[in-house]
Design a protein around this ligand. Sequence first.
Ligand code: ADP
Length: 499
Amino acid sequence: MNDFVGAIDQGTTSSRFIVFDRLGNIVAMAQREHRQIFPQPGWVEHDPIEIRDNVAAVVETALREADLSPNRLAAVGITNQRETTVLWNRRTGLPVHNALVWQDPRVDPMVAEFARDGGQDRFRSATGLPLASYFSALKLRWLLDNVPGARSAAEAGDLAFGTIDAWVLWNLTGRHATDVTNASRTLFMDLETLEWRDDILADFGVPKSMLPEIRSSSEVYGQVESSSLLRETPVAGILGDQQAATFGQAAFDPGESKNTYGTGNFLIFQTGEEIVHSKNGLLTTLGYKLGDQPARYALEGSIAVTGSLIQWLRDQLGIISSAPEVEALASSVDDNGGVYFVPAFSGLFAPYWRPDARGAIVGMTRYVNKGHIARAALEATAFQTREVLDAVNADSGVDLTELKVDGGMTANDALMQFQADILGVPVVRPVVAETTALGAAYAAGLAVGFWDNLDDLRANWQEDKRWEPDMDSDERDRELRLWKKAVTKSMDWVDDDVR
Ligand code: ADP
């Protein structure tokens, strides 16, 4: 009896396997964290073998604990941390190096080098993306240049490249494929043709034979071979994590959007079949593609540091001992005391795209205490989101009337209220907080007829909580003005001899 659909959610900090029923309720879940490997300051790697094994382990744990036999799952979907780059040997199936994680800025110097010829936007009209260390292209190039023997093996056709979805799919099914949403984060895919661009691959010196096949987000890619518990279950959905969360929020149509508050923040705004090129620092990206239906596009505002700033307060400053404690500390003071915290730890992403920025805490006086710092850290997330929302409104020509939210930080009531205040529109959270996994399950379930159409999925969405704006506009304008001034103070910090 195929009563359920499973989703593998391979995120930046952990892997999860979640089983959903037809109404989108969670019936089983297991989670396992993996190591964050920091070989040098700023560099971040993951061990692909650890990820492969953790994925297998969470599948097994979730199914066993819920006492679900494998034939109860109609299909499995995959969602994943995007851009993170893996290179493996096709014959041995073994990685040639740790994965380079999306946050890793080691290729920043290469950005400047590649931008010298044609500027930072030289690939933007083809791919929707600026040249940045964030995307896979330069990470792959770094691996080819720095792993001994990698380039000759790649040229001989022995190496495979993939983002994490492709690595997980390869290990489950033996197929080397990716979906359009993940492919749209590499800097190699043409937004219109949905194919790899030979000229861009040549610019980066990447052999095409390394790349996975580009498929839709919802179709049967293969059957699971590696896991006895999932044997022969079709893998039928792949969506990058942010696109999956948008899908899980049932934000399918042009003008619909969601904002996810996790390690970083990611706002996605659907633009339908239209490719909208941003004039305001947003990315143009794939929203989803269901089988052979036309591709759906989106605008995205990616903010590198939001929840990870709360981790920094906990791990590096030690002023809280767990992330949720930040709410009480921030509420121990009446306001931010004039402090603004721009967390440009690895430069600024949307809407500025300034690799030369570094973190800045400004407005400090003798009066300031740790409560103010905590409050400024939380408020930074809301200010950054406001700037991204302004860019979305400017690019789309319509003003969003409410914001659907999800992710770990949305548990913070004070932050969500401040978010509504600083946006001037309501903020709304759904009942199922695991929207990322849910979106991947939806894509997989649609492909095998477990759900008939998008209306089935819309009917599953239910509101859990809503925050209404409650700040007068003079105060909002003043706060925003000071925030923008603080942002300017973080810029132009990195020189050739200061990193
Ligand atoms: P990811 O999927 O990116 O790993 P999650 O959606 O699980 O992230 O969210 C975890 C992030 O949310 C962490 O960075 C953590 O610091 C932050 N976080 C968790 N709870 C709270 C809270 N109550 N207030 C503020 N931040 C929080």
